[in-house]
Design a protein around this ligand. Sequence first.
Ligand SMILES: *Cc1c(COP(=O)(O)O)cnc(C)c1O
Length: 418
Amino acid sequence: MPRPAMDTTPVRRAPEALNAALQELEARQLRRRRVVAAPLPAAATAEQAPPQRVVAGRHVVDFCSNDYLGLATHPALAAAMAECAHMQGAGAGASHLVSGHGPEHEALEQELAAFTGRERALLFSTGYMANLGVAVALAGRDDLILGDRLNHASLIDAAMLARTRHSRRYPHGDADAAREALATHAASAPQAGAVLLTDGVFSMDGDLAPLPQLAAAARAHAAWLVVDDAHGLGVLGAHGRGSVEHFGLDADDVPVLIGTLGKAFGSFGAFVAGSATLIDWLMQRARTYIYTTALPQPVAAATRAALRQVVAEPWRRDALHTLVQRFRERAGAHGLPLMDSPTPIQPVLFGDAATTLAVSARLYAAGFWVGAIRPPTVPAGTARLRITLSAAHREADVDALVAALAEARDAVGTAARH
Ligand SMILES: *Cc1c(COP(=O)(O)O)cnc(C)c1O
């Protein structure tokens, strides 16, 4: 048989194929792009200025970050980070289990454990990695991994990475379906365990998981309940302890709590909180903990400063919830298609990607930056604006946004009819 000519490149590796795929995304308005956006630190602006970004020389009010409490540009965080960097350097130099675990990490873990009312906490570099690590460490081959259909991508990937042969998703928010799946697995494999994974607050819809019902189902079948509270921590509950506090639950109800530090905490990183035994086990088996460099100590120092603000300044949460109410009332009065969300994540549902992009472009031109979320981040036909509110916004900012939203919706609707 003649050998193939040396210059025949497999088509899969051809840039043309990737280009064609990119063009196809473009045609469907699904191609993602990014822009360079410089934050305008609060200290650099007049007092009481809203969170702003400078994009191509223009100032836009930021309604798409997850900086719910306005801490990302807080001078106390920057000062803690700078001071720590001067004293202890920029990089950790190694993983936690080798020589990278420093005093700021250790102190932060203890403070996060106390804050969440658990025996111990373990720092991960990102929430994505925390989720992968927990699922891999807790689920064996015969165990069931069960997750809400609208879970964050990192929990979905976590379920895939765990080596279980039994992975299922249940309809969004349906605790009865979760309970049934647990019962079925327990009946067919009485020796096997189960891990139930859920967002506390769903990242694209803003609604809460039915944690009391999920906790009861998990308890009935001795399953691990793992709650990823990336958007609840710092925001929900009287003390900002998140969706677990919101529902009046405790460490017994939710034995595995995952928090991220890049959202309401305005910093970076993530942690898992739970019993001392759980944390010890994660240190043995969570590959995304073991085989990666510890996050920089200055980042941990900034997070400690953030935690102090979260505890000492409940007014940030109060202001945020007042803004959420105000936004919903005003947007509702304009007939904007809101979803049933009590949190600072306020989606406005347009359905198709083109309308969503057109409305967001008009908002941008009017000086408001909101997220346009399209498939595959959300299910097909549910493209939406994802508006996020922050304690740093003022009531006037919210009012102006709603007015601009209604105007953009009308203009795009009119254009579509012509
Ligand atoms: C943002 C997010 C993550 C990922 O956290 P990172 O620290 O940004 O990697 C995980 N889960 C949920 C629900 C999130 O919203």
